[in-house]
Write a new protein. Structure first.
Length: 467
């Protein structure tokens, strides 16, 4: 493992490698992406084993959410990279004549990627794909909370790349602190808002641009005009994926009073269908990542009325999928992102009118809080869909399902306000690690003297040019 005192030299070596210009070659970038894709495939068993050790993540879930999407994203980038990297001619104002203009995509230089623990492989590799595609060098700092995955990432990257080009630095927060002291050309951080502020403050010292993928309390609104069974299944899947440790998991449920009881019954049925009578015995249900997070989540179980779930086991860090009714907006479970398999339920009478018990409309309550990373609405009504899209703000939205919007490489994924800044996936990943350089090229065969002194008698021409 690299010592913190060695980090400045590593950063310097990567800057020297970037200065050779090798990474700017498109063929080189494609070759590196192909090599990484191959190595990930070779390590698939090691990756899924590490995810099980750190998070109890089922193999199917690990491949679906951590491995397969890395391959899909790589293929998408390879397909489009030539077009993205081309110089783009643009129109030139007539008063620049004779000249032409173009936009030149160029790599920023050296990127620092700080990964999270909840999807520790995918959320370290996906930003890296964008950095490689755009022609950058990169250092990855995986989360120390998932040490087995951190080691696998280090193995994969170490077998694929020259460390002067791309490398992994493992370690605790002291390593992250030392990395943040260095001058990078871009910092990409995924995690919580508290550490996000630390990252942004450190970046400001060097005027380094940042992408912050954070989180927040993602609301899920359920209107009466839905297919109840399908909606229940989709909500439970989104909430229980990775035991709720997903930054875009439905954080709380706003359900119309008319269908609340039916929906709750259908969600109970879905839980039984997915995980059996006792989810603790299911091979398809993950565990909480650490004792600290387990203890934090169990405090939420003291609030409201538990209508299903609530069972825990500290030794295995198991928390049953839990639905909590009779929750108030002032309860602790509604004050911070849950990031676990606990779903508070609040009922309402109408999107337009006040809550029967709580005095304000769902949209007003959502807008009173920090902008979430995701928002979900279950409704067939085009007018209700339009209303929610126009009257709320969120990083992304899925209508009549949960989570799936972030799986499309055609859609940029990112937060807004306190849920983050910047975006990635598909071309957005390329854009994040690219500077679009503006270029104007004047010709020598004509040189109109209008702009040169002396200026006397030239004002009438200015009026003509800029009218």
């Amino acid at each position: 493992m690299l010592k913190t005192t060695e980090i400045p030299n590593l950063v310097k070596s990567q800057k020297e490698f970037f200065a050779t210009g090798k990474t700017k070659d498109i063929a080189f970038r494609k070759e590196q992406l192909e090599k990484l894709k191959k190595e990930i495939k070779n390590h698939q068993e090691a990756i899924t084993d590490a995810l099980f050790k750190d998070l109890g993540k089922p193999k199917f879930e690990a491949i679906l959410t951590e491995v397969a999407n890395c391959e899909e994203e790589t293929n998408y980038i390879l397909k489009h990279l030539d077009r993205w990297a081309k110089y783009k001619p643009v129109k030139t104002p007539l008063n620049f004549f004779p000249a032409n203009s173009l936009i030149v995509p160029e790599p920023l230089g050296q990127a620092l990627i700080i990964g999270p623990w909840n999807y520790p492989f995918q959320l370290s590799i996906l930003p890296l794909l964008g950095a490689i595609a755009a022609g950058n060098c990169a250092i990855i700092k995986p989360s120390e909370i998932t040490p087995n995955v951190s080691k696998v990432i280090a193995d994969v990257i170490g077998k694929t790349f020259d460390p002067n080009y791309i490398t992994v630095v493992e370690g605790d927060k002291t390593v992250a602190e030392e990395l943040l002291k260095q001058k990078f050309d871009h910092i990409f951080y995924t995690g919580g808002a508290r550490v996000g502020k630390i990252v942004m403050k450190a970046a400001a010292e060097n005027l380094t641009p940042v992408t912050l993928e954070l989180g927040g309390k993602s609301p899920c609104i359920v209107e009466p005009d839905i297919h109840i069974k399908h909606s229940a299944r989709r909500i439970i899947w989104g909430k229980c994926l990775n035991a709720g440790q997903t930054c875009v998991a439905p954080d709380y449920l706003l359900v119309h009073r008319e269908i609340k009881d039916q929906l709750v019954t259908a969600m109970k049925d879905s839980l039984k269908e997915f995980f059996g009578e006792n989810p603790a015995e299911s091979p398809d249900y993950a565990r909480i990542v650490s004792d600290r997070h387990f203890n934090r989540l169990t405090e939420f179980l003291k609030e409201g009325n538990i209508i299903v779930g609530g069972e825990t086991d500290a030794e295995s860090r198991y928390i049953a999928p839990t639905l909590i009714d009779e929750v108030s907006w002032n309860d602790a479970v509604m004050e911070e992102e849950i990031f676990g398999p606990i779903l508070p339920i609040i009922e309402y009478d109408d999107l337009e009118s006040a809550f029967a018990k709580h005095g304000r409309s769902p949209i007003a309550q959502i807008n009173d809080r920090p902008k979430p990373l995701a928002l979900y609405l279950f409704s067939k009504s085009k007018s209700k869909q339009k209303q929610v899209l126009q009257q709320t703000s969120a990083g992304g939205v899925t209508l009549n399902d949960t989570i799936i919007h972030l799986g499309s490489p055609e859609l940029p994924f990112g937060g807004v306000g306190e849920s983050g800044m910047g975006a990635y996936h598909g071309k957005a990943s390329f854009d994040t690690f690219t500077h679009y350089k503006s270029v104007t090229n004047r010709k020598f065969w004509l040189d109109i003297k209008l702009r040169y002194p002396p200026y006397a008698d030239k004002f009438k021409f200015l009026k003509f040019l800029f009218k």
